[in-house]
Ligand binder design. Structure first.
Ligand code: G3D
Ligand code: MG
Length: 243
């Protein structure tokens, strides 16, 4: 990949961060391209009205980007924080790119997280796409605070991992920080012949047993966008009322 390709790739994301585990630290965050650090921080300031100018490069690394990002809150009643979770390879990043009308043919596995702000039905949706590999799932909890809507993506053709994805969703729904947060499930990869229909996926996930929140399952094909907008329309109709 040459330099200009890399710049395009990173600039096309509002923020794109790779999380790496260090031997003697819990974790630290590294921007994919250090040379773009300033540009990315400016985006952060504009979007979230934060005064980050006091944060020098040194502080930036010491504090960890994660702790800065955790303080971000949706700051208007027409602005939502959406958390996009699911197993690795489910199609989360493809959905995120589809929402931002970006090229979905170049998707690489997410080692950390991506954030994008998109406009939909008059709402500003700040979508947090967190990597789903088993080894980074324990970090999901770091992103739960202030979540307005939980979006869970399932690869409906991945029969072997249906039980695993059901288990992970059940864990999320039990978490105190996500109590009552409306749930949208994207039943993805419906273009594949082996994909289970959304009704069967709903049964596997036990969605009909949910009593403490509103939920919806939306069949979709992230690669061509089928069903993705319909899911977002549900999100905008079911946004929690902010005080
Ligand atoms: P993730 O972010 O949940 O880990 P990705 O998943 O968005 O990175 O997608 C993982 C792979 O699934 C990608 O293929 C992507 O193109 C593919 N994919 C996503 N959505 C669909 C879909 O609706 N239908 C089909 N057929 N494939 C989909 P690669 O080949 O890049 O691994
Ligand atoms: Mg991804």
């Amino acid at each position: 990949m040459n330099r200009s390709d890399r710049q395009c790739h990173v600039l096309s994301f509002d923020i794109s961060v790779t999380m790496v585990t260090m031997p003697h630290q819990q974790c630290c965050c590294v921007l994919k391209l250090n040379c773009l650090q300033e540009v990315l921080l400016k985006v952060l300031i504009q979007d979230h009205r934060l005064h980050i100018s006091k944060i020098s490069d040194c502080d930036f690394y010491t504090m960890g980007l994660l702790s800065i990002l955790k303080k971000l809150r949706s700051n208007s009643e027409r602005e939502l924080r959406l958390l996009l979770l699911g197993l690795d390879n489910a199609g989360k990043t493809t959905i995120l790119k589809q929402l931002a009308s970006e090229d979905v043919t170049q998707v690489t596995p997410t080692a950390g997280f991506n954030i994008k702000s998109v406009l939909s039905n008059g709402f500003k949706l700040n979508v947090w796409d967190i990597g789903g590999q088993r080894k980074i799932r324990p970090y999901w909890r770091n992103y739960f605070e202030n979540t307005d809507i939980l979006i869970y993506v399932v690869d409906c053709s991945d029969h072997h991992r249906l039980e695993e994805t059901s288990y992970e969703l059940a864990e999320l729904l039990q978490d105190e920080k996500l109590r009552g947060v409306p749930l949208l499930v994207y039943a993805n990869k419906q273009d594949l012949a082996s994909a289970l229909p959304s009704s069967e996926v709903a049964q596997h996930l036990g969605l009909h047993l949910i009593r403490d929140r509103t939920w919806q399952i939306q069949a979709c094909v992230a690669t061509d966008g089928t069903g993705v907008k319909e899911g977002m329309e549900w999100v905008c109709k079911n946004m929690p009322i902010k005080k």
